[in-house]
Design a protein around this ligand. Structure first.
Ligand code: CUA
Length: 130
């Protein structure tokens, strides 16, 4: 009985020594593998006559944005200013994803690029990259 306690105590002591030895190195390893800030940001946009909701979005510079645009009440479009051939048409009830890498600070507008009615020309939004 007594000897088994000694063995148990020795085992616990050894375990503590092992944990003390392992712990700092595992912490150091975890610290060296720094997880960068998420590089992809998903922004859900609702397209309705005649606006995008939200109509203004803020994006940290360097982020790749995934716009997930849902056409709620009608076929709409989504086009990013200055991005050639970026117009996509979104059928009513559907959601499409458009990626944009925000590399330059400033304001970038987006708009509906599918004729959707009398207010089509006013259907715009804006992202601020900073
Ligand atoms: Cu919505 Cu044009």
């Amino acid at each position: 009985m007594h000897s088994s306690r000694v063995i148990l105590a020795a085992f616990v002591f050894a375990l503590v020594l092992i944990l003390a030895a392992v712990r700092p190195s595992s912490t150091a390893a975890a610290a060296s593998v720094q997880t960068p800030a998420p590089a992809i940001q998903v922004i859900e946009l609702k397209a309705t006559k005649y606006e995008f909701t939200p109509g203004k979005v803020d994006i940290p510079i360097g982020t790749t944005v995934q716009f997930k645009i849902t056409a709620v009440d009608h076929d709409h479009g989504f086009e990013i200013e200055g991005v050639k051939d970026s117009c996509v048409t979104i059928k009513k009830g559907e959601t499409k994803t458009v990626e944009y890498k925000a590399t330059t600070a400033g304001k970038v507008s987006f708009k509906c690029c599918h004729l959707c009615g009398i207010g089509h020309g006013k259907m715009k939004g804006e992202m601020t990259v900073k």
